[in-house]
Write a protein that binds this ligand. Structure first.
Ligand code: PBG
Ligand code: ZN
Length: 318
């Protein structure tokens, strides 16, 4: 029989036999950007995470790069919202302006952009609304406009998060037609309807004004459906697949790891951050070790890449 403790005797041997490691170049930090200058506003349900105006965002990115950060995902907070979410695809929209700013200052920084309408619509839904219906096919045209406008402004990778059917196919065609055949698509293919997005919706003020997102986001009870969603998005042209949230859905990450060959991204969402932050502030758990344990778990489950609000801090720890 094995004496398993032989391989746990000290840190050196434990590290020698360690199966999973966090890599600095596979972490992605989310950034929130808003209109104006010299603004830095903390998100109350996410202490330590800020919404920055463009000028201060550049500083935040610079700090992140100094810690070894290579890639970020950008979320915009528009100055005004309307029924069609037109600021999401406006030439001088918040994301489009900010992309140009970042790319001018830091051409090598890898910027992923979230493609959706919910932060830009008055009703807070991810698609066009008619009556109480969220329209699928009419939304595809707008999402394609969003993705193309991001690519034109310098986005390195577009990440549709709306959960409309066929959007990957439409976005791929739109990008190709406009000369962006080399811009990859990271599809939020497996996105569950989750209570853990709460703090994010505070951050960008995107809580749906009626009903909820259950007619387009996935039911948390479903596992087989994840395979269906992910396979279809790969067929439609997704280059990478995301599972979101991450920690409550590790089984899904593992399942997809065995089913797919594309890279898998785990998004450790705002609620996951808020839970650890709150417990750590109350001194109920140790922040650093619980964050590292959580991210290792996401890796161990099979994710190649992790998006985490702790990414910047983790870079300073590992
Ligand atoms: C927009 C979007 C959401 C998140 C990423 N893109 C919110 C939602 O679907 O309500 C969640 C991110 C997080 O909670 O950290 N569709
Ligand atoms: Zn959305």
């Amino acid at each position: 029989m094995n004496r398993s403790r032989r391989l746990r005797k000290n840190e050196i041997i434990r590290n020698l036999v360690r199966e999973t490691r966090l890599a600095k170049d596979q972490l992605i930090q989310p950034f929130f950007v808003l209109e104006g200058r010299n603004r830095k506003i903390e998100i109350s349900s996410m202490p330590g995470i800020y919404r920055y105006s463009g000028d201060l965002l550049l500083k935040a990115i610079q700090d992140y790069q100094k810690s070894g950060g290579k890639a970020g995902i950008l979320f915009g907070i528009p100055g005004k919202k309307d029924l069609q979410g037109s600021q999401a695809y406006a030439d001088n929209g918040i994301i489009q302006k900010t992309l140009k700013l970042i790319k001018k200052e830091f051409p090598d920084f890898f910027v992923i952009t979230d493609v959706c309408l919910c932060g830009y619509t008055t009703h807070g839904h991810c698609g066009l609304v008619e009556g109480r219906q969220i329209l699928n096919d009419k939304t595809l045209l707008l999402l394609t406009k969003v993705a193309v406008s991001h690519a034109q402004a310098g986005s390195d990778m577009v990440a549709p998060s709306d959960m409309m059917d066929f959007r990957v196919q439409h976005i791929r065609a739109g990008l190709d037609k406009n000369g962006f055949e080399d811009t990859p698509i990271l599809s939020y293919a497996v996105k569950y309807s989750s209570a853990f997005y709460g703090p994010f919706r505070d951050a960008v003020d995107s809580t749906p004004q009626f009903a909820d997102r259950k007619t387009y986001q996935m039911d948390c009870a479903n596992q087989r459906e994840a395979i269906k969603e992910a396979r279809q998005d790969v067929m439609e042209g997704a280059d990478l697949i995301m599972v979101k949230p991450a920690l409550p859905y590790l089984d899904i990450i593992t399942l997809l790891r065995h089913q797919l060959t594309v890279p898998i991204v785990g998004f450790s969402v705002s609620g996951e951050y808020a839970m650890i932050k709150a417990a750590a502030r109350a001194k109920w758990i140790d922040e650093k070790s619980s964050v590292l344990e959580s991210l290792i778990a996401i890796k161990r489950a099979g994710a190649d890449i992790i998006i985490s609000y702790y990414a910047h801090e983790v870079l300073t720890w590992i």
